[in-house]
Design a protein around this ligand. Sequence first.
Ligand code: ATP
Ligand code: ATP
Ligand code: MG
Ligand code: MG
Ligand code: MG
Ligand code: MG
Ligand code: MG
Length: 278
Amino acid sequence: MANSKFEYVKQFEQPDQLLPNTWVVVRIDGRGFTKFSSKYQFEKPNDKRALDLMNAAARAVMTELPDITIAYGVSDEYSFVFHKTCTLFERRASKLVSTIVSTFTAYYVHLWSTYFTDSPLSPPLPSFDGRAVCYPSVQNLRDYMSWRQVDCHINNLYNTTFWALIQLGGIDATEAEKSLKGTFSADKNEILFSKFSINYNNEPEIFKKGSVVFRDYEPVEPGTHNVAHEVENLAEPATQSKSQSEKDKKRRAKAAIVVEHLDIIKDEFWDRRPWLLS
Ligand code: ATP
Ligand code: ATP
Ligand code: MG
Ligand code: MG
Ligand code: MG
Ligand code: MG
Ligand code: MG
C-alpha cells in the first residue's frame, strides 16, 4: 500500500473490539415507527404484514450472516445474537452493528411491496438504529432474551386492551388510557373478557410471544446420520479439526432458518435445542 503524508489520520480511528468470549447481542429498532406506522396505516395494535416483513428481513440477515445463532423480534425491534466464539470483523462493534443495520434495512425496503402490496414506500424511508451489548454468561443472555419477551407480553396485553376499549368500546384514547391506569395484568384480562368476550390466551402467538428465528436441526435418535446428529458434535470444539469446523460452518449456513413464536423464557425451548447455546 502506498504511503502518503496523509496516512497518519488512520491513527485517529479508535479500537472498538467487543469483549472476547461473550455473547454479542445487536439490537436494532425502527426510527420513529410511531409516525411511520400511522403513515402506512398499520392495523392497531398489531399489523401482521408489518411483523411478517420484520421477520422476513431478519431471516435474510441470518442467511447472510451465519455467525448469528438466534434472533428475537417484537414490534419494530430485532435482537441478533452472535455466538460467543464469533470472530467476524475481529468483533469490532461498529462493523457488526452497521452491517446488521444496513443489511436489515436493505431487505426491509426490498421486501416492503411483498407485504404492503397497495402502499408503495415514499420518503422519509424506514430506517433503524442499532447497538451492541456483550453478555458474559449464558444466564445473562437468557435473561436478556427473557427481558425482551416479557416486554412483548406486557406491551401486547396493554395494547390489546387499549385498542379494544377504543375500537370495540367506542371510547377515545385519553379515556382508554385513564381506565387502564394502575391496572394489573389480571385486570386487563378481565376487561377484555367481561367487556369484549376476548380471551387473551386465544390471541395469535405471534402477537403474544414475538418471533424467534433460528437454524433448525431436528433432534434425532443416537446413531442416526443426519444434520442434527452432526451438530451435536459441535459441542466438542476441543477435538474439532480445522476442516471439521469448516464443514460445520457450511452445514450451519445450509440449515433451514425458521421463524417460530415460542416461549423462550422457560427452559424447554433451550433444552430441546442444546446446539444454540453450546
Ligand atoms: P424511536 O425512534 O425512539 O424508536 P418509535 O416511534 O419507533 O421511536 P418505539 O418505542 O420503537 O418508538 O415504538 C414502536 C412504534 O411502532 C409503536 O408505536 C408501535 O405501536 C409501532 N409498531 C411497530 N410495529 C407495529 C406493528 N406490527 N403493528 C402496529 N404498530 C406497530
Ligand atoms: P470489505 O467488506 O472489507 O469492505 P471490500 O471488497 O468492499 O471488502 P474495500 O476495501 O471496501 O473492499 O474496497 C472496495 C472495492 O470495491 C474495491 O475493490 C474497489 O475497487 C471496488 N469499487 C468500489 N467502488 C467502485 C467503483 N465505483 N467502480 C469500480 N470499482 C469500485
Ligand atoms: Mg429506539
Ligand atoms: Mg422504534
Ligand atoms: Mg421499538
Ligand atoms: Mg471500501
Ligand atoms: Mg468495502
